[in-house]
Design a protein around this ligand. Structure first.
Ligand code: SF4
Length: 214
């Protein structure tokens, strides 16, 4: 049976109304910084990604400066976390494209964003929803993927398939805030290990909870 998705979202909205935003998007960083933080957060903790981005921007502020920076220097600055060499290379290439093609600005469409090196749908969705306040999709990161599958809003094996499925069952007016709510829930209650089901405000609608409590 389909889940009462509006009730689930409204319950989470109420529960998290006074919570701080997740670290990568906290403080509404400028668009370029948001993009870089999100790239650095892939397979990394938010805290590491934000710290690495802070170090990078303490030395190089604009796409133009990063495009000209020596790659070894960039690698050193973003070293916190995995795949830092690939990420440094992508950040340099992407900065060059932003300078040459977009006058140093971050483009504001899914189509353009996913053509940038190291930018997939998740990163593009984060930049579009948090940066441009545009809902072209739903960012499915590790928290969204885990929480949605546990509840059983949809059951999917890859983030890409999950996004497609979510776009069919989540009314468009909730797309913009969906990632925010589910990331907060994943970070605070529905943790990867030992989810705190006993205090979860949406447990009555959750497949996982119903399977362990029946
Ligand atoms: S009941 Fe448990 S598994 Fe379900 S959403 Fe809440 S914390 Fe996660």
């Amino acid at each position: 049976m389909g889940k009462p998705i509006e009730k689930i979202i409204k319950t989470l909205e109420e529960y998290y109304k006074n919570f701080e935003a997740p670290p990568v998007v906290r403080g509404s960083p400028p668009l370029f910084q948001l993009l870089i933080r999100t790239i650095l957060s892939a397979r990394n903790t938010d805290e590491n990604a934000v710290a690495a981005a802070k170090l990078l921007f303490s030395k190089y502020k604009t796409p133009k400066e990063i495009a000209r920076a020596p790659i070894k220097e960039l690698e050193k600055l973003v070293k916190r976390g995995v795949f830092y060499k690939v990420k440094a290379r992508n950040i340099k290439k992407l900065s060059k494209i932003l300078v040459e093609k977009y006058g140093g600005r971050v483009p504001n469409s899914m189509e353009e964003l996913i053509k940038l090196p190291g930018v997939g749908r998740k990163t593009a969705n984060i930049v579009l929803s948090y940066g441009f306040k545009k809902a072209e999709g739903i960012a499915v990161d590790t928290h969204v993927f885990r929480v949605v599958n546990r509840i059983g809003v949809v059951h999917e094996k890859t983030p890409l398939k999950m996004e497609k499925a979510l776009l069919k069952v989540v009314p468009k007016k909730y797309w913009l805030n969906f990632n925010h709510l589910f990331v907060l829930h994943g970070r605070n209650i529905c943790k990867a290990r030992n989810p705190k089901c006993e205090i979860c405000p949406i447990r009555k609608w959750c497949d996982y909870y119903n399977s362990i409590s029946s």
